[in-house]
Design a protein around this ligand. Structure first.
Ligand code: MN
Length: 330
């Protein structure tokens, strides 16, 4: 089975040979996830780190800032510095170079760009990019299995990759989830002797009863639109100032809504500072990147985000409503 796992991806054999060579011939690696690293970015980064260490190499994860994903298994990363001079730089799950930390001294070194965002401009010296992969972790795990064999992936490596897959597919629920996703996940569970339930459970949102009450209240203040095809929920800057809560207290809200509401689009608008609105979109029906890329945002077809600068929250809603009509014919 392992050999056939990779057939799903659009990566050229010559690229995979160059990548395999680079890993075999070098010893010191730094791995770069994107800013505010999520479960897929850290899962990919730590999976690769453990894999390289298993081959007897030295590898370090270097983040831009404090990760968004907090998990005890993903500790020991550095922020904006490496403890050694690397020979090879590898970025994971990062759509553009400005979203990662790149030390000026690394300029000119071999740079492998491993990603699953369609918008990736191929900024590496080797680019392993397939926009159809539902998670970066799945693509990377499948490639390592193909190039080096499943037996080279140790328990911690399998655990990290499986977490990345679960995180980006919202436990195998996103539209891009395929037979290949399940095959790679099954191979990782078997090889790492993993407890799938334990890993899945750790992805759940941990809320205090008080915070959960506030989530309920915010969701209750949301509204359906376009004949119940769209659900909007808003949190204003004034609300954050009044309650002392922060954006982080609402992490996972848009995923939670998209998992539980039978709508075509979930819209979560968060006013980070007066007039600066962060819009998170979820859809299993439309390609959301058409909308977000129009305003300088990014993401994936099913989960995308954009920052909009508007005077009031009503202006944001009007703008989004107009785009839903224009782009998706709602
Ligand atoms: Mn990802």
């Amino acid at each position: 089975m392992p050999e056939s796992l990779i057939s799903h991806y659009l990566i050229d054999d010559s690229i995979l040979r160059a990548f395999t060579n680079l890993i075999q011939k070098n010893y010191r690696f730094v791995i770069l996830p994107h800013t505010k690293a999520d479960g897929d970015a850290l899962g990919s980064a730590f999976g690769l780190k453990h894999f390289l260490e298993g081959l007897g190499k030295v590898a370090e994860v270097v983040c831009v800032d404090e990760p968004f994903c907090v998990r005890k298994e993903f500790s020991g990363f550095r922020i904006r510095e490496a403890s050694f001079d690397p020979e090879v730089i590898i970025s994971v799950d990062t759509a553009s170079r400005d979203r990662l930390y790149f030390c000026p001294e690394w300029e000119g070194k071999p740079f492998v760009n491993i990603d699953h965002h369609r918008s990736n401009p191929l900024f590496g010296t080797i680019n392993i990019v397939d926009g159809s992969a539902p998670s970066n972790a799945e693509m990377l795990a499948a490639i390592l299995i193909k190039c080096f064999g499943l037996s080279k992936l140790g328990k911690e490596c399998c655990d990290a990759f499986l977490y990345g897959i679960i995180s980006d597919t919202i436990t195998f629920r996103t539209g891009a989830t395929s037979a290949a996703t399940l095959k790679v996940a099954a191979a990782l569970i078997e090889q790492g002797e993993l407890d799938f339930y334990d890993i899945k459970k750790s992805e759940k949102i941990k809320q205090s009863p008080e915070l959960f009450r506030i989530w309920n209240e915010r969701i209750g203040s949301g509204f359906f639109d376009f004949e119940d095809k769209v659900f909007f929920v808003l949190i204003t800057n004034e609300f954050f100032l009044k309650t002392g809560l922060s954006a982080k207290d609402f992490d996972g809200l848009s995923n939670f809504l998209s998992q539980n509401l039978d709508v075509e689009i979930v819209v979560y608008v968060r006013e980070d500072s007066p007039g600066e609105f962060k819009v998170s979109l979820r859809s299993e029906v439309y390609d959301l990147r058409i909308l977000t890329s129009k305003f300088g945002g990014g993401g994936h077809a099913a989960a995308a985000g954009v920052t909009l600068f508007c005077t009031t929250k009503d202006d944001v809603i009007s703008l989004l409503r107009a785009e839903f009509v224009n782009i998706y014919n709602l």
